[in-house]
Design a protein around this ligand. Structure first.
Ligand code: GLU
Ligand code: MG
Length: 436
């Protein structure tokens, strides 16, 4: 007997989990053509494995259609091989399914192109922590902190490279046992594919080295969270950068300004999609370098949307380096859905010809509510419940998605919240840490 090589066809769903099924590697052509069967109610499986209220029940059938451009084949140093192919979900008739998040992102990107002739270039920056009985402390950004996980960092970066990502850098972050991995930007849906792949390969790498990694939004409210920072820029059909204008506010082109304005206007309504766990709102609090208000920052890490620095050591590339960073996201979110929401908000800003507010330079948490309001700032929702209400009650935002999407999403998240009932914050953090 010899073992049979299998390829895992994968989706990333509302719970931000990667789920799917494996097929024999020699069936690849057949599967690219015919797909694999999938079940509608799966979209209501929460991150705690409970099925939330579902409009589909036991009924219906779908197809997972693997994307030939989104496969990976990685062999780890211990000989373990990972073969995975990212997939879209369609109806049996071949139409994108209303709850296929990868398809939702494709339609948001198509809207951006239709309204602005722009393609998104994007990189997800991820923070994660290594779980252990004795967390590594007093090692913020340190060489020793890096050395303690040099093996993991080297195996991970090698795995990312063989999966087709371009590793940029990796470091010991500020928090206990916290690290951060950065990869180069990619176009459109590939950027979100890369985020899925990075999370999976990080957890796999840790497991193969006898450790465990978590991307949970926050482990301990006395410390910092694990952010996902989404860097975005734009190019036209010829690949010419569209993001920068030396004369524009903070260097933003008209397109970037209007996109940023849309994101900031709808941020309170989309945060349920980009920071979608109950404990995400423990991270989105002032003074954690995450995001607490719908403000623009110029090179300021206490802003939800940050105009990032460029290096003048390479002046010719400034227009290409220039990017804006969305900081109110975490890894409980599907990268597809988070990015779809941000791109729709930005496209709405372009369609409505909005102008971004001036960047903030002060600590907004010190301003009295009346001053905040007078300047057009709002404190982002402080609980998942409030964020869900802000999402489902804004028809402009729910209108970006298929008809029943908002209701199904809310039911999913309410199922997740029901699982946490009666748990205190520490127990909630522990529950999410076991998932992400
Ligand atoms: N850990 C912070 C967060 O939760 C980000 C720190 C940084 O700027 O890298 O987003
Ligand atoms: Mg960081």
């Amino acid at each position: 007997m010899s073992s049979m090589p299998l390829i895992f066809a994968a989706t990333c769903d509302i719970a931000g989990r990667v789920r799917g099924k494996a097929f024999p590697a020699d069936q690849m052509n057949k599967r690219l053509q015919r797909g694999l069967g999938w079940t509608p109610t799966n979209v209501q499986i929460t991150c705690f494995d409970r099925i939330a209220e579902t409009p589909f029940g036991a009924l219906g059938d779908l197809l997972m259609i693997p994307d030939a451009k989104a496969d990976l084949d990685v062999t780890f140093p211990n000989g373990q091989r990972e073969r995975l192919i990212l997939s879209d979900i369609t109806t049996l008739e071949g139409e994108p399914w209303d709850f296929c998040l990868r398809s939702a992102l494709k339609s948001a990107l198509a809207r951006l192109h239709a309204v602005a002739g722009a393609h998104l270039v994007c990189a997800f920056e991820h923070e994660f922590q290594i779980k252990s009985d004795a967390p590594l402390v007093n090692q913020a950004y340190s060489r020793e902190g890096f050395e303690r996980q040099r093996d993991l960092c080297e195996v991970l970066m090698g795995a990312l490279k063989s999966a087709g990502l371009e590793p940029d850098s990796i470091m010991k972050e500020y928090g206990p046992s916290q690290y951060e991995a950065v990869v180069a930007p990619a176009r459109g849906v590939r950027a979100a594919d890369h985020a899925v792949i990075l999370r999976e390969l990080t957890r796999s790498t840790a497991r193969h080295l006898g450790q465990a990694a978590t991307f949970t939004p926050i482990r301990d409210v006395a410390s910092v969270g694990n952010g996902v920072h989404i860097h975005m820029s734009f190019v036209d059909d010829e690949g010419t950068p569209l993001t920068y204008d030396e004369a524009g506010p903070c260097g933003m082109s008209k397109l970037t300004d209007a996109f940023a304005a849309g994101v900031l206007k709808y941020l309170p309504n989309i945060v349920a999609l980009t920071a979608p766990s109950a404990i995400s709102y423990e991270r989105l609090t002032p003074h954690r370098w995450s995001a607490a208000y719908n403000n623009l920052g110029f090179r300021d890490r206490e802003a939800s949307l940050r105009v990032c620095p460029v290096t003048v050591r390479d002046p010719a590339s400034i227009a290409r380096q220039f990017n804006i960073e969305y900081r109110a996201a975490d890894a409980a979110a599907s990268p597809y859905l988070a990015l779809a929401a941000i791109v729709h908000a930005g496209a709405q800003g372009i369609e409505d010809d909005l102008t971004a507010p001036a960047p903030t330079e002060e600590d907004l948490s010190l301003l009295p509510p009346a001053d905040l309001q007078a300047r057009g700032f709002v404190r982002l929702p402080e609980t998942l419940e409030a964020a869900l209400e802000a999402f489902t009650s804004e028809p402009v935002v729910t209108g970006w998605f298929p008809k029943d999407f908002a209701a199904v999403y809310r039911a999913h998240k309410e199922g997740e919240l029901a699982h946490l009932e009666g748990l205190d914050t520490a127990a909630r953090c522990a529950a999410y840490e076991d998932t992400y």
